[in-house]
Design a binder for this molecule. Structure first.
Ligand SMILES: C[S@@+](CC[C@H](N)C(=O)[O-])C[C@H]1O[C@@H](n2cnc3c(N)ncnc32)[C@H](O)[C@@H]1O
Length: 268
């Protein structure tokens, strides 16, 4: 899939580069970032060898995010390697969907280093945009990126999104709630269920607002989204990474009565 020109321009501006051969990338990370790069790689290999059932898996993931986000530059280069194409595809789908058409408030749940959040802020300069993430280092990177881009309409919050009382704290709902590849991680917390996670999103989205949920192999969660949001405007991007590097995103626009406008996009 060809990136939308506006998206490509944004990714170029923030320094997202093409993926490297794995060995070259690992050498580059150690040469450029020294101990911080080596620490990230160690944790990354550790996660690849671990299984989600292991008791310390959540701590391993937390340490991995902290190490990846040790600096904006390392975070950006790791994103280039592992998620550059994914952002190019996702943000191009976002532009193509034209949802929401306008927005006064936007929130990005699990915003990590703020790459998508800052893109939303640049596309909706009049909107108030928030990103929330439980990784403090990720929030610092996101703030750095917003500053670098000169964005004045974006704010980042450090905390567990689903335990944050975000909806009551701000007392206002959002025209766009985006949750991309964060819900499946949040669901590793046994206190959260598909139903409670989606109920939280439902409270956060304004009655005429848009929800974007893009998660890997999360059919149960997306079923719950469709149930709880019923008639509301929403965009479900079903992210399916089961085919190695191939990204197949099934996009379902459930736009009030216009249910069933399905689109399947493949990236090769
Ligand atoms: C795989 S990354 C996805 C980042 C980004 N949204 C994207 O599309 O690439 C998952 C992010 O969700 C965050 N996260 C997971 N559970 C969370 C929670 N309960 N509250 C806030 N952030 C959470 C992690 O810290 C991490 O930054």
């Amino acid at each position: 899939m060809q990136a939308h020109p506006r998206v490509q321009q944004y990714l170029d501006a923030i320094g997202i580069t093409p993926r490297r051969v794995v060995d070259d990338f690992e050498r580059f990370v150690v040469q450029r970032y020294g101990a911080a790069g080596a620490a990230f790689l160690d944790l990354s290999h550790g996660r690849a060898d671990a299984t989600q059932e292991e008791a310390d898996y959540p701590q391993l993931v937390e340490r991995l995010y902290r190490a990846k986000n040790a600096s904006w530059e390392l975070s950006r280069d790791v994103t280039s390697q592992y998620a550059g194409r994914q952002y190019a595809n996702y943000l191009s789908l976002f532009v193509a969907a034209k949802e929401p058409p306008t927005a006064a408030r936007i929130i990005d749940i699990g915003c990590d280093n703020g790459i998508a959040t800052c893109f939303y802020a640049s596309q909706f300069p009049d909107a108030e945009v928030f990103g929330i993430d439980r990784c403090a280092e990720g929030i610092k990177c996101a703030e750095h990126l917003a500053h670098m881009l000169g964005l004045k309409n974006v704010n980042f919050i450090h905390g567990d999104a689903f335990a944050s009382g975000l909806e009551s704290r701000h007392g206002e709902t959002c025209d766009l709630v985006a949750m991309t590849l964060s819900g499946y991680e949040a669901l590793e917390d046994p206190r959260l269920t598909n139903a409670s996670l989606v109920a939280f999103l439902h409270r956060l989205v304004s009655p005429t607002g848009t929800l974007i949920a893009m998660e890997p192999r999360m059919t149960a969660m997306l079923d719950e989204v469709n149930k709880q949001f019923a008639e509301q405007v929403l965009v479900n991007l079903f992210f399916d990474d089961s085919g190695g590097n191939e990204i197949a995103a099934k996009v379902m626009f459930a736009h009030k009565q216009q249910l069933g406008r399905d689109l399947v996009l493949h990236d090769d």
